[in-house]
Write a protein that binds this ligand. Structure first.
Ligand code: ATP
Ligand code: MG
Length: 432
C-alpha cells in the first residue's frame, strides 16, 4: 500500500512537473508571439495541449495579434498612399520641429532648394537662406503663428536669370495626441507662370491702349480743326483727310492684328486649314505685292526655291508670315543695295523656310524680344518706319500653329536670317 502511495505520489509529481514545464513553455511562446507580433508562433491557431484557461488566453492573443496585424497593414497601406501623394505633389512641402530641425521634405522641396536628398535632422538655417522664410518658420514654432506670403526664389545652382515667384503658406502643426504644437509645416507653391501671365496681360493692355491712342489723338486733332473751320482751303482739307485716313487704317490694322493673335492663341480647330501649295509661286506673289517697297528701297531679291517645291499649310497665315518677314527686311533698311533671299529646303522630316537679308540686322540684346507683342528694336525711329511690333508675334504664333518653330540669327550689318522649321505633312498628321 505504501509502495502504491509512493508510486502514485511520484506519478503525480512527474505529471505536475510536466504540466508546469508545458505551462512555462506556453507562457514563453505566448510572450514571444506577443513581443514579435507573430501569429505563426502560436501554431497558426492550432492550440497546444494546455488547460482551458490557457487555451482561452491563447485564442484571445491569437485574435488580438490578427487584429493588430491587419491594423498594421492598413496603417502601412495608408502611409504608402500618403507618401506617394505627398511625394508626387508639385508643391514643395517641409515639416520641421520646435528646434527648427527638418523632419520631412518631399521631392519638389529637394528640387526647389537643390538638395540631393532630404536634409533630415538638419537645422533649417543650414539648408535655407531666405530671411522671410526663416522668420515665418520661427514664428510658427515659437509663437504658433500662421503666415501666407510671396517670395522670389532663385534655385541654387540654376542658370536661369529669372527667379521664381513662390506663394508660401507656413502653419504650426498640432499633435492629435498631446494637442500641443510640436512641429510646423511649410507649403511652397510656384506661381511664376500666373504672375508672368498677369504681367503680360497688363503690358498688353497698356501697349495696345498706347498704340491706339496715338493715331486716335491725331485724328481727333484734325477733326477739331475741321469742325472749327480753321482750315479754309480745300487742298489743306484734302491733305488732313488723307492723314486721318492713314491713321484710321493704322488703327484698323492694329485691331486686325490683335484679332489674328487672339484667334491663333485660342487654338481652335478651325484656326488652321492646311492645303499643299506651290511655294515658289506663293513667294513670288507676296514679293509682287511688295514691289513698290522694293523699288523705293532699290532692293533686289532671290528665290532659292525649286520650281515644283510645295509646302503644306494655311495660305492665309503663310501670306502673313512671308509678307511680314520680307516687309521687315525692307522697312528696317535705308534705301541702298539691300538684297533679300527667300529659300526652301526639303529635309527628311522637315521643310526649312528662310528669309535672309544683308541689312542693318538686329542687335544680339534685342533678338530674344523681337517676337514679343509690341516690341520694336528702336521705339523712337522715324514715323515712316514705324510698325506696331505685332508682326513677328503673329508670325511666331502662326508658325507654331503649324507645329513649326522660328529662329533668328543676325550679325548686324552682315546678315539676318529668319529660319522656320516646319514638320512635313506626314509628321503633322502624326501630331494631330
Ligand atoms: P508690324 O509688323 O506690326 O507692322 P514691326 O515690323 O515693327 O511692326 P515686328 O514685325 O514684330 O514689328 O518686328 C519687330 C522688330 O524687329 C521690328 O520693329 C524691327 O526693329 C526688328 N526687325 C524685324 N525684322 C528685322 C530685319 N530683317 N532687320 C532688322 N530689324 C528687324
Ligand atoms: Mg513687321
Amino acid at each position: 500500500m505504501t509502495y502504491f502511495l509512493i508510486a502514485l505520489a511520484s506519478i503525480l509529481a512527474v505529471l505536475l512537473f510536466l504540466q508546469q514545464k508545458r505551462t512555462a513553455s506556453n507562457i514563453r511562446r505566448l510572450s514571444e508571439a506577443m513581443r514579435k507580433h507573430d501569429r505563426q508562433l502560436l501554431g497558426g491557431g492550432r492550440f497546444h495541449r494546455s488547460t482551458d484557461a490557457f487555451r482561452t488566453l491563447e485564442r484571445e492573443i491569437f485574435e488580438q495579434l490578427f487584429e493588430s496585424e491587419s491594423l498594421e497593414q492598413k496603417i502601412s497601406r495608408r502611409e504608402d498612399l500618403i507618401t506617394t501623394v505627398v511625394e508626387g505633389l508639385s508643391d514643395a512641402i517641409l515639416v520641421f520641429d520646435w528646434e527648427m530641425k527638418i523632419r520631412f521634405t518631399n521631392r519638389s522641396a529637394c528640387k526647389l532648394f537643390n538638395w540631393n536628398s532630404p536634409p533630415l535632422d538638419r537645422h533649417v538655417k543650414e539648408c535655407i537662406r531666405d530671411p522671410k522664410l526663416l522668420e515665418a518658420f520661427e514664428n510658427a514654432v515659437t509663437h504658433h503663428q500662421q503666415a501666407t506670403f510671396e517670395i522670389t526664389h532663385q534655385i541654387p545652382g540654376s542658370e536661369s536669370i529669372t527667379p521664381l515667384t513662390l506663394e508660401v503658406d507656413v502653419a504650426p502643426l498640432t499633435s492629435t495626441e498631446s494637442h500641443s504644437v510640436t512641429r510646423a509645416r511649410a507649403v511652397l507653391h510656384d506661381i511664376t507662370e500666373s504672375r508672368t501671365l498677369d504681367q503680360v496681360r497688363r503690358d498688353f493692355v497698356a501697349n495696345a491702349s498706347h498704340e491706339l491712342r496715338t493715331p486716335l489723338t491725331i485724328i481727333n486733332g484734325y477733326l477739331e480743326n475741321l469742325e472749327e473751320s480753321r482750315i479754309s482751303d480745300r487742298d489743306s482739307s484734302i491733305r488732313f483727310i488723307s492723314v486721318m485716313h492713314k491713321h484710321g487704317k493704322r488703327i484698323a490694322r492694329i485691331i486686325e492684328d490683335m484679332l489674328t493673335i487672339s484667334k491663333l492663341e485660342s487654338r481652335t480647330q478651325e484656326a488652321i486649314q492646311c492645303t499643299s501649295f506651290n511655294f515658289l509661286h506663293f513667294a513670288q506673289e507676296v514679293i509682287d505685292r511688295l514691289k513698290p517697297m522694293f523699288d523705293e528701297k532699290k532692293a533686289t531679291y532671290t528665290l532659292d526655291i525649286k520650281p515644283e517645291a510645295s509646302i503644306n499649310g494655311d495660305t492665309f497665315y503663310w501670306d502673313q508670315i512671308l509678307f511680314n518677314l520680307i516687309e521687315n527686311a525692307l522697312k528696317e533698311n535705308d534705301a541702298g543695295a539691300l538684297s533679300i533671299t527667300v529659300g526652301l529646303e526639303h529635309r527628311e522630316t522637315t521643310d526649312i523656310i528662310t528669309v535672309t537679308d544683308d541689312g542693318v540686322g538686329i542687335p544680339a540684346t534685342a533678338q530674344e524680344f523681337i517676337f514679343k507683342r509690341f516690341y520694336r528694336v528702336d521705339q523712337n525711329r522715324g514715323s515712316e518706319k514705324k510698325g506696331t511690333g505685332l508682326g513677328l508675334s503673329i508670325v511666331k504664333r502662326a508658325v507654331e500653329a503649324h507645329g513649326g518653330e522660328i529662329d533668328v540669327q543676325s550679325t548686324p550689318g552682315v546678315e539676318t536670317t529668319f529660319a522656320i522649321t516646319l514638320p512635313r505633312q506626314k509628321e503633322l498628321a502624326r501630331q494631330s
